[in-house]
Design a protein around this ligand. Structure first.
Ligand code: COA
Length: 362
């Protein structure tokens, strides 16, 4: 039994896979000057110093005792440490820097590094509201990070992280986006769900025939790279959900509706100079350009938010013009175009900047 005065995560994060017999505990250890945590950090220092042979011992000490840093530690049932991951959360920027990580010598290459990272990912998503990890990976460790879904292609906007994380010579900057709909502690279950959804959508949209794609040689951690996924939900009218992120889907949908002739009266805000008295009747105006601007600012993260603005747009139209007016008829056509397509947007494809809308802790 561990007597740590640390954040206990066992109940939340120890949903172990059936085949695993031992049940490690996970804890976040921090330099809060409490004796028990100091002892744990010293154990972690020993583990890191042994595993990271090229890293100077005093650098390791400096990093793990730095009060801006935390170490996500994995324990055996008997309370000894299996491994640790030192990180610095940038919660208001939506990412965490993985400073370094290590698994005890005798336990390496047995899946424990993967397990530690998977639990850490879930911790970041649920406890910190973080959806992106960044690291400067040592060249000999890039293989491990690749296996954990990190790539050198950083999709987090540079303005969000540049200048915030430490630069290293001889390292490769790698990033990993964390998906809300994937349970990293149960990857096989998550993959099953994705495949089930793909098959369902393919069957629904097969049309003239089903296209068979070659199998996957490696699991693409960015599910948008699964061959054939771009054709799922494809529509003849040029709109599709292939853009992946919710922002991308909404942007493509708004572009499509703006091309339709019936949307003409709703493309731009109504000004009092063109329609005198409009602003005295309509207190809360809405139009497609405003929706596009809100989307560019990543305001929309759910289908309901979009539906609410479409409804506001048509309610304003009916209120100002009356239900039988020609503009209202065009408004109804615009709504009939948008609503069924909004129902089909893939809400879980969250863009990284959506995390700005969340209240972040720590
Ligand atoms: N280079 C390339 N691939 C690696 C690797 C490395 N250094 N270490 C692990 N892998 C691969 C494994 O072969 C495995 O591949 P597979 O899924 O195809 O079998 C996969 O990554 C996961 O391996 P896993 O067993 O979960 O890793 P681990 O428990 O050994 O933990 C480290 C990985 C890197 C944390 C661990 O080996 C370690 O502590 N190394 C020393 C310290 C270090 O290098 N830290 C990283 C830099 S900060």
């Amino acid at each position: 039994m561990l007597c740590l005065n640390v954040v206990r995560l066992h109940s939340i994060f120890c949903v172990e896979m059936e085949e695993e017999r031992s049940k490690p505990e996970f804890a976040v250890v921090h330099n809060d000057r409490k004796f028990s945590n100091m002892i744990q950090l010293l154990h972690l220092r020993n583990l890191f110093s042994k595993a990271l042979v090229k890293m100077p011992r005093d650098y390791v000490v400096k990093m793990i005792f730095d009060r801006r840093h935390f170490t996500y530690a994995m324990y055996r049932e008997d309370g000894t440490i299996v491994g640790g991951l030192c990180f610095r959360p940038f919660t208001n920027r939506g990412f965490a820097e993985v400073v370094f990580l290590a698994i005890a010598h005798g336990d390496q290459v047995r899946g424990k590094g993967t397990r530690l990272m998977n639990h850490f990912k879930e911790y970041c998503k649920h406890e910190l509201g973080i959806n992106y990890l960044l690291t400067y990976a040592d060249n000999f460790a890039t293989g491990y990070f690749k296996k954990q879904g990190f790539t050198a292609d950083i999709t987090l906007p540079a303005t969000q992280w540049k200048g915030y994380i430490k630069d290293y010579d001889g390292g490769t900057m790698m990033g990993c986006r964390l998906y809300q709909h994937i349970d990293y502690r149960d990857m096989s279950g998550s993959i099953r769900e994705v495949i089930k959804e793909m098959c369902h959508n393919l069957a629904k949209n097969a049309g003239e025939g089903v296209i068979v794609y070659p199998g996957l040689s490696d699991f693409p951690y960015d599910i948008n790279h699964i061959p054939g996924l771009e054709h799922v939900n494809h529509r003849e009218d040029g709109w599709s959900t292939k853009t992946g992120t919710f922002y991308g889907q909404v942007s493509s949908l708004l572009a499509a509706v703006m091309k339709e002739s019936f949307s003409l009266p709703f493309r731009e805000p109504v000004s009092d100079s063109h329609v005198p008295g409009y602003s005295t009747v309509i207190r809360n105006p809405m139009d497609l350009s405003t929706m596009r601007m809100k989307n560019d600012e990543r305001w929309y993260v759910t289908r309901d938010q979009l539906r609410a603005d479409v409804k506001l747009m048509i309610d304003n139209c009916v209120l100002f013009n009356g239900p039988r007016h020609e503009v209202t008829r065009l408004g109804n056509e615009t709504v009939n175009f948008l609503m069924p397509r909004i129902d089909k947007l893939v809400e879980y494809a969250i863009d990284d900047s959506d995390i700005r809308n969340k209240k972040l802790r720590v």
